[in-house]
Design a protein around this ligand. Structure first.
Ligand code: 5AD
Length: 319
């Protein structure tokens, strides 16, 4: 059967699975909620079991011939059955298994993850300085995350860093983060803040743009832009010394045009786009036609031009 595709030629090839909607950090962009913010009842529900999750992923894979699966959360390392899930995905014949984590529990998990079939991990790290890190995440101990990163590299995992840069919060961390990444030969991507959760309709004041980030880096480095790969979220540059860094410029350079991502949350709902808060439940489906219909609905959720914001934070919809 012909691949599910929209009028712009977009289909689903990458599945991002939110395993759990809780986190052991309290990052400002996810959780700086004011008292009026609705608490979604998502949080009261238990997460899907590993066997149910693998059944759904297998079903989606059958239909979509997925190339990549990224496990996210909340914080995916808090999901009890993470290793069986990774091994189960590997057993489906999907080789590109990736993870986005805050790195707090990484040191003790890295070896097991790699052994189960995990290929690469993105570690979210918004500061090197301990005080700024605390301001951003409400947790201490950057050293613990750095140890997790080192252990992961030693185990053979490919590691990238994600750093959300927020104006007035952590823009002074661009160079400490860059220095750390360059010294350790790790690819780093700086992220523009997205209008999600409690920042919906008020992320502007924190927006530190791709232009601002490049301007800052240009005060110390000469760099050239690299070609963008199809369906990539990040733009990349290479310094004269040969170091590569990226910017995920969701606001200033949206990448919806060739987006190939489908999201599955920890309750069995799919979303075709981060901008769309309408969950499409596929937890109880065991009929291919019905699944196809739901996937078409999800594909129709994709924005044509840009992310328009969401009342759900990444904690809820998945990172
Ligand atoms: N804006 C930008 N990045 C965000 N992340 C989570 N919420 C936001 C937001 N509102 C980041 C996390 C993680 C990645 C999946 O997205 O830090 O690195």
């Amino acid at each position: 059967m012909r691949d599910l595709q929209d009028q712009y030629g977009r289909s689903f090839k990458t599945l991002r699975v939110s395993l759990i909607n809780t986190c052991n950090l309290g990052c400002v962009y996810c959780t700086m909620a004011d008292t009026d913010t609705k608490v979604s009842n998502h949080h009261q529900k238990t997460n899907i079991s590993a066997s149910e999750l693998l059944r759904i992923i297998g079903y989606l894979h059958q239909e979509l011939n997925l190339e990549t699966i990224r496990l996210t959360g909340g914080e995916p390392l808090l999901y009890h059955d993470l290793i069986p899930v990774v091994a189960g995905i590997k057993a489906m014949g999907i080789d590109e298994i990736k993870l986005t984590t805050n790195g707090f529990l990484l040191e003790r998990m890295a070896f097991k993850l790699h052994k189960a079939g995990m290929k690469s991990i993105n570690v979210s790290l918004d500061a090197i300085n301990e005080d700024v890190f605390f301001k951003m995440s409400k947790r201490s101990d950057v050293g613990r995350i750095l140890k997790g990163i080192k252990t992961s590299i030693d185990c053979g995992l490919d590691v990238k860093l994600n750093a959300v840069i927020m104006k007035g919060m952590n823009e002074d961390q661009i160079f400490p983060l860059l220095d750390y990444a360059f010294e350790n030969n790790i690819q780093i991507r700086f992220l523009e803040v997205m209008a999600m959760g409690h920042l919906y309709k008020q992320s502007e004041k924190y927006l530190f743009t791709q232009h601002d980030i490049l301007n800052a880096i240009a005060s110390r480095y000469n760099f050239e832009r690299l070609d963008r790969k199809a369906s990539a979220t990040s733009n990349y540059w290479k310094t004269k010394e040969g170091h590569v860094f990226g910017v995920i410029a969701n606001e200033s350079e949206p990448f919806c045009g060739d987006c190939n991502r489908l999201r599955l949350d920890s309750q069995g709902n799919i979303f075709g786009c981060l901008s769309d808060n309408h969950p499409i439940n596929i937890r109880v489906i065991d009929d291919t036609l019905e699944l196809r219909q739901k996937l078409k609905l999800a594909l129709a959720q994709k924005q044509t031009v840009r992310f328009v914001g969401s009342e759900l934070s990444m904690l809820e919809i998945g990172g």
